[in-house]
Ligand binder design. Sequence first.
Ligand code: BG6
Length: 488
Amino acid sequence: STTDSVFPKGFLWGGATAANQCEGAWDVDGKGLSVADCTTYKPHVDKKDYAALHGITSEQIAEAEESADTHMYPKRHGIDFYHRYKEDIELFAEMGFKTLRVSIQWTRLFPTGTEAEPLQSGIDFYRDLFRTLREHDIEPLVTLHHYEMPLYLANHYDGWGKREVIDFFLRFCEVCFREFGEYVTYWLTFNEIDSVFRHPWTTIGVCTDRYAPEKREELIYQCVHNQFVASALATKMLHEMVPGAQMGCMVTRTLTYPENCNPKNMLLAQKTNRDNYFYSDVQVLGEYPAHVLKYWERAGIHVEFGQGDEAILKQYPVDFVSFSYYMSMVDSIDAEQREKVGGNLATGVKNPYLPVSDWGWQVDPDGLTYALIDMQDRYHKPLFIVENGLGAYDTVNEDGTIDDDYRIDYFREHIKAIGAAIEEGVDVMGYTPWGCIDLVSMSTCQMSKRYGFVYVDLDDDGNGTYARSRKKSFYWYKKVIETNGADL
Ligand code: BG6
């Protein structure tokens, strides 16, 4: 019964998506190309080879720009959410979703990012999407920038490297707050802002082969700085334009354990965790941590600050902290000699205590409890888990049903882990499992890497009817929401 629930009343249960991975309709109604529309299908690369998974060359970008293909570029067709969102929202409502995380594609409003006026077609689409959610009592949770920067900006402004991009972004934000503010209370600025070094193309539009190796790091830090300033100014603008609305930052929590109690390993893991926290530190605490400034000094990195940037960062921190959590990692001074695992960090050492997913990601529910407690202690702000989930192969039975018990097990343990943190006094706003409906994978662009409660009939080659169906986990999650997390 709900009386046993440790989850607070009003806890935001739901699911998460990103426009570039589900909308499709890449070239309709005037939409411009985004960086995501140029990322290619990569089913066969070694999942531990991060550069191969996420790297892109200027030649490949030029080729993508000329091509109308959707097979090589599966994010262009997605799951056709652009035309099917009403049906999908019905399914989310049936599960009892209180919230749905979506993103707004900048290129649907401003095809190149530089136009003075937005496209009415883009405004109409998102207004109707948010209105439909509201009609179903589903609170939209909206990411402004989820790996889908306009290709034009990426190509002509060194990604986020040039200061003008901040103004272009704020113009986009102003339209979003004006047009969608009546429907949307919860906003996020940059998805996984800490991924700039892991995959600079998708995160900040930087194609590394365009720059001399010794300049790349500096450029990436410049991009991040510009995003920090943009995030602070967007927060200021939101508060002025939409009273009561809240802005969150969004980071990947790549929780790292030391391999053992060797103090050298402790120090190494501490450094990795601190580097991961750098991004939320700036957006929440409003200033650069000293270790980053020291590092720039040592490495001769010069980041251009505009006049007043420090004050802007200090004055407009985010209201809450959101993050994705998929796995934990292990650091070792003997990493070279250790077995490796895939996932968010290429150098991850295998943890002997944890199972791995079909894609080599280490499954660690306790790590989620740890991460929540640690973040609460650091920031004293409400926390929101806006991504978590299991990418797995699903089999459709002859009668059309899908018995994804492995997914149910995964979620059961992670939800228990959130409950454990709540019982320790952590303030958690909500939980939105990633890819609540199957969508195109970010890293490999596969359809077969499925996360959803809702199955989409579509394979890696783009064959299928796009029909939606309910997996076993669909009914399970419905019951979880109904009992506010008491019946797992
Ligand atoms: C997060 C991203 O890194 O992980 C999502 O914010 C992504 O966009 C998710 O889809 C899962 O990664 P993948 O590569 O399995 O799709």
